[in-house]
Design a protein around this ligand. Structure first.
Ligand code: N01
Length: 543
């Protein structure tokens, strides 16, 4: 990358900048760090009062990472990597937030950001070749480059259930949790949703609440996290080997320190397969699925083996067979919805103070002042929790009010689904870069690995433009169309499209059913991005 000094001819360097970065999570912090290192003048905007992104907003009980701590962090600074010590295998939300606070302070990143300030619009002006960014505080800033670091799962979705505002008690969405916590002691709590957030929160809330009612629409598979404290010896060993571990992640299928084992489940004798699944189950974590047999994601017969294994575990764990049957997913392939990791989720249903309402048997009719009214009865509640997910990937970008050439709104261009090239740029939106946008591996891998790859690639691209004296970059329509077809084709080769998941936008009424992330593997994607750059940004128009 060029280290040539970069000129900033802006009349007002605070208002007319080289780059606007939206969001101060993992992505935005690193983008600011890297762009500043290149000599660019950056302004950042963040809706929250502090840094952290996902980990700023998702403070619900039990929130934490499902990626191993030693890879759920930045690699750009060896000193940072060596000086920070994680407490456990899967770090809890407060620890990740402290880490990001530490990074922001250590590299003086907060000074680039205006906090408590959501970006309300960003318009590309063709005449000046600049982005005009408007913030909720009335500020207007112009920039050569717009770098969106808005997160993939940051637009909370609260379902529009009739009577929602009639509820007499407080209600909360897991993705917008109050900073001073919620005291559930002795309360009758209801929770709607059994995705990853619900599955993390339910065991913890159950331990505090007087009674917890879980409203389940679709039962979920889940694999034990087997979280544990890291010993000093383990930390020392990890730190010693961290370079190799990280290099492995960079080229692995899901950006994690393990990968598919190159074997198909269907090629193994049943006893051997069972032994391997048992060993992996004891280990816990995503590795059980994504460090094992790749045919489980492609071949229904192999997937059935994994699904039946988990079904058996649920039956063994949940004492009441009728409750167990309700908790067992039967109508979609395992892992075709994002596989949650849990710490005692199924065990929670053995508690006397927990009850399960199967919304397929008794659907919600409306919310009333006293609680949730299903077709059976009113479930009386003091507090209601929505663990109902997010308008994933496209939602956070669309709500930013982005308009490209000719005033074209992003939501107009994406009316039938997102159209991007490499998930990083979209034709008609010159000089706009999306970090982990739709069409990139993003949510199908370890997010910090994805984020660092994207930010590095974007910064090298910007350096290239500046070296060439080029004013503008945007995808060629043909390259973009080809990429989008490729993303869909790859998804259609797997079992993923068989589930109604947020990967397909199926959780948001009216959202087009399009597979959102790139499923070809993180290492493959990295290689493709590198090749595009090596070929002079093939598929882009540079002018
Ligand atoms: O959201 P979800 P999430 N009536 O969309 C139900 C990441 N994450 O916040 O399946 C009744 O998965 C919905 O039911 P159904 C991770 O990538 C990571 O849990 O649509 N129920 C479902 O059960 C994850 O996948 C971590 O039928 C309704 C639930 O709400 C992503 O965030 C931790 C409903 C939503 O599940 C999203 O997870 C947490 C309605 N009207 C999250 N509407 C870690 O890394 C929705 N539901 C640890």
């Amino acid at each position: 990358m060029s280290s040539a000094p970069v000129r900033n001819d802006s009349p007002n360097p605070n208002v007319d900048v080289d780059a606007v970065v939206i969001g101060a999570g993992f992505a935005g912090l690193y983008a600011v760090h890297k762009l500043r290192e290149m000599g660019l003048n950056c302004r950042g905007f963040e809706a929250g009062s502090g840094v952290g992104g996902t980990w700023y907003w998702n403070r619900y009980p039990g929130a934490g990472s499902d990626s191993e701590s030693w890879v759920y962090s930045y690699t750009f600074s060896e000193e940072l990597e060596q000086e920070w010590t994680w407490s456990s295998r899967f770090p809890p939300q407060p620890e990740i937030l402290s880490y990001l606070e530490h990074v922001a302070d250590r590299f003086d990143l907060k000074s680039a950001f205006t906090f408590n300030t959501r970006v309300t619009g960003a318009r590309y002006d063709e005449a000046s070749n600049r982005w005009e960014v408007e913030a909720a505080n009335g500020e207007k800033v112009t920039a050569t480059y717009l770098v969106t670091c808005v997160g993939c799962l940051s637009a909370a979705a609260v379902p529009d259930i009739a009577g929602r505002d009639d509820f007499a008690g407080p209600w909360y969405h897991t993705g917008e949790w109050p900073h001073d916590g919620v005291d559930f002691s002795g309360k009758r709590v209801g929770i709607i949703g059994t995705g990853s957030s619900g599955i993390q929160a339910i065991p913890v809330i159950a331990r505090q609440a007087g009674h917890l009612t879980v409203f389940q629409r679709t039962p979920n598979f889940s694999v034990p996290a087997r979280n544990r404290k890291l010993s000093a010896a383990e930390v020392a060993e990890l730190k010693k080997n961290i370079k190799d571990i990280r290099e492995f992640c960079r080229w692995s299928t899901i950006g994690q320190p393990y990968d598919f084992n190159g074997q198909n489940a269907l090629d193994l004798a049943p006893a051997e397969l069972r032994k391997r699944l048992d060993e992996m189950w004891e280990k816990g974590g995503f590795e059980w699925m994504f460090g094992g047999f790749v045919d489980m994601l492609y071949d229904q017969r192999a997937n059935d083996i994994a699904a039946d294994y988990v079904r058996e575990k649920i039956r063994e764990t949940v004492k009441d067979p009728a409750v167990a049957e309700k908790l067992i997913p039967k109508d979609y392939p395992i892992a075709s919805k994002r596989l949650p990791l849990d710490s005692g989720y199924f065990e929670t249903f053995n508690r006397d103070n927990v009850s399960l309402v199967d919304l397929r048997e008794t659907p919600i009719e409306r919310i009333v002042a006293a609680g949730v009214k299903t077709s059976e009865k009113v479930h009386e509640l003091d507090v209601l929790v929505f663990a109902t997910g997010f308008d994933a990937l496209t939602g956070p970008l669309i709500r930013t009010g982005i308009r490209g050439r000719g005033g074209c709104k992003l939501e107009e261009k994406w009316a039938e689904g997102p159209r991007t090239y490499l998930g990083v740029a979209s034709e008609g939106f010159p000089n706009m870069f999306m970090v982990t946008g739709p069409g990139s591996p993003s949510v199908l891998g370890n997010m910090p690995t994805s984020i660092e790859q994207h930010v590095d690639w974007i910064c090298e691209c910007i350096a290239h433009l500046r070296e060439q004296g080029a004013a503008r970059i945007e995808p060629q329509p043909e390259a973009e169309a080809e990429w989008n077809d490729h993303v869909q084709e790859l998804a259609n080769e797997t079992l993923f499209p068989q589930a109604n998941s947020w990967y397909l936008g199926a959780n948001i009424p009216g959202k087009p059913r399009v597979f959102l992330p790139y499923i070809g593997g993180f290492g493959t994607y990295r290689k493709l991005c590198n090749e595009v750059a090596e070929k002079g940004y093939e598929g882009f128009v540079i002018s």
